[in-house]
Design a protein around this ligand. Structure first.
Ligand code: CP
Length: 352
């Protein structure tokens, strides 16, 4: 597998995703991880995290990696190539990325604040893309405004571990939330389920579609892999024989750039779009409930669903560890055999 950066899971060929999942399953069953003495993983969190941070820290330990994790905040970063930096940005991503790339062999970056669901114009992932461009080492997207590939890889591992049949119905449902949230998780979830060849249903209130380019890619992936994709606001039809209900909230694209209008639109949906047990009436008897976490009890989903045997949210979170250990193994193994090595590795080589 040749993996330069890990930005969007669905960019990888299905076979490569399956190789990562297969290795993740071995690791989950207790297989020993490879060790990479002298290598280092950098983690840069520009937005909060519990699972992503803790699972990468643990994965680094399993792989024998040094961990470089700037704490206490960093300078506000500029991404505009031609900026005269006389405003609030104290450092350009060009230098920040290049410096971190001298300290580590793989760099993870979380930055979903620029743009998010409410942003208008430009690439909302320009900071993550800037790190890819200038770090000189592989960059893992730890969640950007548009994609959360590590969550999607772990979710794919969770589906495969439960041996849920390809072609079974996978419902990705919008759920209510007090804030207008980014689209990274729903985008990556939709693409992951489509690439797995599932019967994917996007269940959402009218107006809450995902971006057209993501829908088109998901539709293409589904049909290439024996599945299908459709969007509906008809919950009864969507949930018929469903194997999975994956809940997530996201901001309405019709109100992008106008948070006040979005808040008014969203407020009307509160009671109808909190997941409850009655949603599963027509579903498969063993249908599962999934969510990436963190989740608001009694808001996104009723507590009795979250606490029931349907809920596999803790398995999803555990699988972050196994999936990311497999991912780091693949990236670092690729570095060992690639002429495109990071600066830090090259310097070590030069000094021998
Ligand atoms: N699901 C997820 O990415 O969790 P954190 O935001 O806690 O990392």
């Amino acid at each position: 597998m040749s993996l330069r950066h890990f930005y969007d899971l669905a960019e990888l060929p299905r076979g490569d995703v399956e190789d990562l999942v297969s290795r993740g399953r071995e690791l989950a069953r207790g297989a020993a991880a490879k060790r990479f003495p002298g290598r280092a993983l950098g983690l840069l969190f520009l937005d909060p995290s519990l699972r992503t941070q803790a699972s990468f820290q643990r994965a680094a330990g399993r792989l024998g990696l040094d961990l470089v994790q700037p704490a206490g905040g960093i300078w506000n970063l500029e991404t505009d190539e031609s900026a005269v930096m006389d405003g609030d940005k104290a450092e350009h991503v060009k230098e920040a990325a290049a410096v971190l790339g001298r300290y580590v062999d793989v760099l993870g970056v979380r930055s979903f604040a620029q743009g998010g669901a409410a942003g208008k114009g430009g690439d909302p992932d320009r900071l993550t893309r800037g790190f890819e461009r200038y770090a000189g080492v592989p960059v893992i997207n730890l969640e950007s405004a548009r994609f959360h590939p590590c969550q999607a890889l772990a979710d794919r591992l969770t589906l495969d571990s439960r041996e849920l049949p390809q072609g079974g119905r996978f419902v990705l449902s919008w759920a209510w939330h007090p804030k207008s949230l980014p689209v990274a998780v729903p985008n990556s979830t939709l693409l992951m389920a489509a690439q797995r060849g599932m019967d994917v249903v996007l269940l959402r209130p009218d107006g809450y579609d995902l971006d057209a380019d993501v829908m088109a890619r998901a539709s293409d992936l589904a049909s290439k892999n024996g599945g299908r994709l459709r969007a509906t606001s008809d919950r009864t039809a969507a949930m018929e024989d469903a194997l999975v209900l994956y809940a997530k909230s996201w901001g309405c694209p019709l109100d992008r750039g106008d948070p006040a209008a979005e808040a008014v639109r969203r407020a009307r949906l509160r009671d109808e779009w909190c997941v409850r047990e009655s949603w599963f009436a027509g579903a498969d008897g063993d249908a599962v409930f999934m969510h990436c976490l963190p989740v608001r009890r009694g808001v996104v989903v009723e507590a009795d669903v979250l606490d029931s045997r349907r809920s596999i949210v803790i398995d999803q979170a555990e699988n972050r560890l196994h999936a990311q250990t497999a991912l780091l193994e693949a990236l670092l193994t690729g570095l060992d055999s690639s002429p495109q090595r990071g600066h830090a590795a090259q310097d070590r080589e030069d000094s021998r």
